[in-house]
Every structure is written in C-alpha cells, then in structure tokens.
Design a protein around this ligand. Structure first.
Ligand code: SAM
Length: 316
C-alpha cells in the first residue's frame, strides 16, 4: 500500500541521520565513540555546511538534555521518540549523567535492527550489562529492557499502544521526564503530532519536551528542501504546520504545556561555546557562508516545559 511505502521511506531517514553523524564525527566535529557500531563505513563525503549543521543539531540538543539532567540531578527519565540509531544513552553512561531510565521508541523494524547491533557488538552491550542488576535482561526481536535502558517498537501515531508499552516497561509518570524528538514530528500529520504532544502533557506532570526539526519552509530554499524529501517519497505530513517559530511554540502551548521556547539553528549556532565553534570551523573550508546561514535558518529547536515540581528555568 502507499502508506507502507511512505512509512518505509520515513524509516530510511534514520540511516541518513546516522550516516551524516558518522561522517561528521570522523572529521572531528564532535566525539561519538558508538555511532561506528551502527554505521560501519564512514561513507561518502558530506558538504561542510551539512557537517556544521549536524554539529549545531547535536551540540544544541545535548546542551538542553544535559541541563535537564543537571536540574533533576539525574532523578528523572528520558524518552527518545523516533530515536533511530541514536547513541545518547552511551554518551550519558560514559559521562556519568545517566537518568534513572532511558527509553527509546521507534518502528519495530528499526528497533529490531538496533537490538541486533547491540547484541552483536560488545562495546554497545557491555554498558547495558554493567548497569543491570542480577535478573536476566529482556531481549526479544522487538524490545529490549534492562534496568537503565529500554527500547520499544511502536508507532508513535498509535497512542494507546505506546502508552501500554511504556507502562509495561515501568515508566513512572511521577518522575520528571524528558521527551526528545529529533526530526520525527515532521513525518506525522499536524493532528497526529499534536495528539502525541498533548498526551505527554496530560500524562506527565513534570516534563520537558525538546523538538528539533525543519522550520520556515515557506520560501524558495524551503521548497527545495521539501522537494528533495518528496523525491524519496517521504511523507512530510507535518511540514506546513511548522512554518514558523511561533507555530512551533503554539503546538505545545495549545496542548497543555506551560511554557515554550523556539530558536532557529542559526541563533543556536551563535549561542554555542564559541571556542569550540572556532575549532570546528577550521576543520573544513567553507566557501559560501550564506549557504550555512540559509540552511541553519530552516531548522529549529523548540522546547516546552510543564513544571509541577518547580524545577524552573530550563534554558541554554
Ligand atoms: N532521532 C534520530 C536522530 O536524530 O538521529 C532519528 C531521526 S530519523 C530522521 C526519524 C526517525 O523517526 C526514524 O528512525 C523513523 O523510523 C522514526 N519515526 C518516524 N515516524 C515514526 C512513527 N510514526 N513511529 C515510530 N517511529 C517513527
């Protein structure tokens, strides 16, 4: 069916993200010791502006993630929605800032691949075993559950099943919980993503939601970005809702979140520690600065907070 083809194209985007992250880390933009176990080869060269874009994306997300972990003193949970082959769990373990439990959700087919990699690569499985107490670890084709890390195969558009599976793996709605979605909501219709965001707000009294995705697509550059994705039959169902930073915030504010912020990635890039930015800008020569600027203006980070525990003030 058409919808299967569209879903398959969406699933394929997780490889794109990890392939680009693998390439950028091979050039030294940032360190990720684990992405190599999900993407074997460094692959073809990516343009410098793409690498800088991924640098901003990863550093920006990490700053907010780490701020949440610090505020909650790790007495919290993280739920990465549409996690793909993301390696954040291993980074947090290495940096000794692991939440009580780290959950990931993606389509069962992606989850099965990720679990296979974890099972067969000791550098990935060792940290799981180390953070797990005596009982046997649950590992079947479509889910993995250990004390500190859990991967769930589910469709984010099917909220009753998502809720049931998170409960089955002992999510605790009373704990401060950080939800992440990195280039994920854009693949759902505005109704579907708004329901998801609404459900989180209803179910978790103290929560933060960090969303990274395309924005400001209503110009020529945005049109080209959309055409490129459509050429691969990707269903960008959510793209028109997210036309501005204001509509990004509105998605959360109208769904029961107390506060929301949104910054385009050019702004985020300029707010990152400038010493490190200067370092990465020396890695590869970038001819056209405007190209980077245009690219970064078409992505954003939006974060929303519900703060029953009065943790207050999550910001850069
Ligand atoms: N967040 C990861 C990252 O940034 O590296 C992966 C991003 S990738 C562009 C989008 C991911 O969202 C894919 O892994 C895809 O399978 C997942 N995804 C999209 N729609 C989904 C849905 N309805 N249910 C579950 N996963 C979904």
């Amino acid at each position: 069916a058409d919808s299967d083809i569209a879903d398959e194209a969406v699933r394929a985007t997780c490889d794109d993200a990890s392939i680009c992250k693998r390439f950028a880390t091979s050039k030294g933009y940032w360190t990720d010791l684990y992405v190599q176990y999900f993407v074997r080869q460094v692959g073809e060269r990516k343009a410098p502006e793409i690498n800088r874009g991924y640098y901003g994306r990863v550093k920006g997300m990490n700053l907010l993630i780490d701020a949440f972990l610090k505020k909650t003193q790790c007495d919290c949970q993280v739920v990465n929605l549409g996690a793909g082959l993301d390696t954040t769990f291993w980074r947090l373990k290495d940096e000794n800032i692991m939440p009580k439990k780290f959950f990931e959700v993606d389509f069962p087919m992606i989850v099965a691949r990720k679990i296979h990699n974890i099972k067969t690569k000791p550098p990935l499985s060792k940290p799981l075993i180390e953070t797990h107490s005596t009982d046997a670890l649950l590992l079947d084709g479509h889910s993995l559950d250990s004390d500190r890390y859990c991967i769930i195969g589910a469709d984010l558009r099917d909220l009753p099943t998502l809720e049931e599976k998170l409960k089955k793996f002992q999510i605790n709605p009373e704990l401060p919980t950080l939800f992440l979605s990195e280039c994920v909501l854009v693949y759902m219709t505005p109704e579907q993503s708004s329901k998801l965001v609404h459900w989180v707000a209803d179910a978790f009294p103290t929560a933060m939601f960090i969303n990274y995705e395309q924005v400001n697509m209503n110009d020529r550059f945005g049109e080209i970005m959309i055409e490129n994705l459509q050429r691969r039959q990707c269903n960008l169902a959510g793209v028109d809702l997210c036309q501005s930073l204001d509509s990004q915030k509105e998605r959360f504010l109208s769904a029961g979140w107390e506060s929301a912020n949104a910054l385009d990635m050019m702004t985020v890039y300029n707010m990152l520690p400038q010493e490190d930015v200067a370092r990465i800008e020396c890695l590869e020569f970038l001819d056209e600065k405007e190209l980077l600027q245009q690219l970064l203006q078409h992505y954003c980070i939006c974060w929303a907070v519900k703060d029953k525990l009065n943790l207050a003030d999550f910001s850069f």
